[in-house]
Design a protein. Structure first.
Length: 149
């Protein structure tokens, strides 16, 4: 599976680690930056990943910043994106099953690499349940602006 990945400087080390982890499991990672630990602005990279997912270049995205909060806020401005900031595997499972989340957001300064792997594994291992949740996701879609950010 293709996964678009991005981070700011605070999430760079985590992104690099998870790229390798994903590749070991047969996934193709589209790295949309940043490509080093120098200070950058997280909205730029959140937008790149969100736009790639929204355009169908990858079915899922992975974003990291210091806490995961900033990238989730920024990514959710793009039409068609349901970015979920998850801090444990249970949240990641429900983000997929109940919310049809298409981007996982993690905090490079608040979660260890092993926990990030477990959260990502849970996110990728579960699908959308549909049913009553489909109605709710449709209501979320109707809240979106008519044009993408």
């Amino acid at each position: 599976m293709k996964i678009a990945a991005g981070s700011d400087h605070a999430g760079f080390a985590g992104k690099e680690h998870l790229k390798g982890w994903l590749a070991e499991r047969g996934h193709e990672v589209i790295d949309l930056g940043t490509h080093g630990p120098e200070s950058v602005d997280y909205p730029d990279f959140a937008a790149r990943v969100a736009r790639a997912v929204a355009a169908g270049e990858a079915p899922f995205g992975l974003l990291l910043c210091g806490t995961g909060i900033g990238v989730s806020i920024a990514a959710n401005k793009v039409r068609g994106i349901r970015a979920a900031h998850c801090t444990d595997p249970y949240q990641a499972r429900l983000a997929r099953q109940h919310n049809d989340a298409n981007i996982l957001c993690l905090g490079g300064r608040v979660s260890g690499l092993g926990l990030m792997e477990a959260i990502l594994e849970s996110f990728l291992s579960h699908g959308f349940d549909g049913g009553r949740h489909q109605v709710r996701v449709e209501k979320i879609r109707r809240l979106e602006p008519t044009e993408s950010a």
